[in-house]
Design a protein around this ligand. Sequence first.
Ligand code: SF4
Length: 486
Amino acid sequence: MKKEITDIDLILDILAREVASYAVPVVDLIAVQSNDPYQVLVATILSARTKDETTAAAAARLFKKAPDLESLAALAEEEIARLIYPVGFYRSKAGYLARLPAAVSSMGGVIPDDVDRLLQLPGVGRKTANLVVSVAFRKPAICVDTHVHRIMNIWGYVQTKTPLETEMALRQKLPQKHWLHVNSVLVAFGQGTCRPVAPHCDRCVLLPYCPQIGVTPRRVPASRGAAPATAQAVKKLLSWNVNGLRAVEKKGFIGLVKELDPDILAIQETKLQEEQVSAELKNIEGYHSFWHCAARPGYSGVAVYSRVAPLNVRQGMGEPEFDAEGRLLTLEFADFFLVNCYFPNAGEGLKRLPFKLSFNRALLAFVQQLAAQKSVVLCGDYNVAHREIDLKNPQSNVQNAGFTPEERAWMDAFLEAGFVDTFRMFHQEGGHYTWWTYRVNARARDIGWRIDYFCVDKKSVARVRDAAILKDVMGSDHCPVELDFV
Ligand code: SF4
């Protein structure tokens, strides 16, 4: 039984070679490209609670207008917010950046190179300060972010409760030659393999050494075997209820599509008529787009963007009562059907529950008939949280739309009929949500529901490589969900 990792030189040496082929953490990349403490500091502030690709794109937009502190001082806070959107907490970060030039000026006009003075700047916490000192100034500092703290404890190299305790323990224990690099190595490793939820232990180079303290590795479906040899064959599929396409267009939808870079993007609640779709939205570079709009203006509606042109496209399922609501698009490809569905909401007072249940029954028959021909991927806003772990407050919502026994029973029947909720193939625990009401500050408090899904027919489970919830993507009251499918 492995107790703890003791030979840290060996482990970090193995990892340095392992992550050489991974994407470089964005802050290190910017340091290499610019060699500029200002840009490293700003990129580090932007990167908190934000995916690397989003940080890189936002930093590039900002640095084009504000390559240094002087030009940053000339930008209004609103302009900064617009440039850095959609990084997490972009409004707060815009405020920090707007105040940064004056704060640096009060310290003599240059970015400080020590942790204590960096901590006095707006938006700079301990992690940011350590990262700037080590990455921008190449001075000994250990930047302990969530990945370093988590992985060092998984290895048993430290036994600590907070990142600050980890930093202090590492200062005592970790040889100084590792201080500058440990963050970038473990961030890349933590994003790529030793992930916060369900780490990929099955393909980890450290498996022979790691005691896996407190870890629940991802479950590899028996029929799935090892990761694919041809990573290029994996398609990235996204589904997102945008809650009004024209509204998200104004918030940078087209740029976001480019950043997220899906092979297929299925959206729901477009809330427009096809003639109202702007040419820019219809013709996003590199994609074909397909639409099914409701007869009633400003209501429902779905669309799909696909890099590959499908063989066939079908609107609805041949039932006029349901098809008039613009809820269903089916794209047929050579080896699978992509079905994008915006399921009805049971409505206030559950007035539309009977309609919803008959829609759901018809939909199940429709996808079963498709599954008899080839693989089916059914994605969208199902408008139901299946189990108690799929919403924050199950007890108080038992009689509410989206969590009634009748809607949940349909989901049971759907799964029993041979469809698989791909997110639950990899994540068994609660606390993962895809929708938060705009009321009561629910998103910030993470009072959410998981009602957006990618499901596949049972015989296609072996083609599923991963499933995820992109909760940091803002712009709607839902966030996108992802399926990696070969
Ligand atoms: S992925 Fe698993 S085996 Fe690898 S370091 Fe993390 S917990 Fe250990």
